[in-house]
Design a protein around this ligand. Structure first.
Ligand code: FEO
Length: 169
């Protein structure tokens, strides 16, 4: 059985994952109407789906442990961007926020000696390490590329390969 404080903290995480899914959906939609960003578009549609899966896993866990998962209201995310660099900066910022929040959950689980939740959260810890690594890598690549058009072409082509590189489940 989840404590009230753990239930509230997990529900906050549900909202954060839902908001991430929404933010990446907006990035995908923005990229889709820019010329030549097919790879980036698919990458963010796929990221948005992954975040939805992250949210669903939490919802199922909360309910299975005797709590009540509350489907959250969502804010409109950033929907337009001055350029690709900003998109990926926001992506990294978002992932760092999620990682910090997962760390707080792990801390709470240990403090409450809730080892079932602690065990459940390990999947998220691993997932966040990978997502942060990927977001940093993509930001570093964009930094190197700068305004070079052929570099951006290759970036968009290569990011296609990164789609679904994680199991997302
Ligand atoms: Fe589920 Fe990328 O945070």
């Amino acid at each position: 059985m989840l404590s009230q404080s753990m239930q509230a903290a997990l529900n906050n995480q549900v909202a954060l994952e839902a908001q991430s899914s929404q933010a990446y959906l907006a990035m995908a939609s923005w990229a889709e109407i820019q010329p030549g960003l097919d790879g980036v578009t698919e990458f963010f549609y796929s990221q948005s789906e992954e975040e939805r899966v992250h949210m669903l896993k939490l919802i199922r866990f909360i309910n299975e442990r005797g709590g009540f998962a509350k489907v959250p209201a969502l804010e409109q995310p950033i929907i337009t961007f001055p350029g690709l660099k900003r998109v990926f900066e926001e992506f990294l910022k978002h992932e760092l926020t999620v990682s910090a929040s997962i760390n707080d959950l792990v801390h709470l689980a240990l403090a409450e000696k809730d080892y079932a939740t602690h065990n459940f959260l390990q999947w998220y810890v691993t997932e966040q390490m990978e997502e942060e690594r990927q977001a940093r890598l993509l930001n570093d690549k964009l930094e190197l590329i700068g305004e070079d058009k052929s570099g951006l072409y290759l970036f968009d082509r290569d990011i296609m390969q990164m789609r679904g590189s994680e199991d997302g489940k």
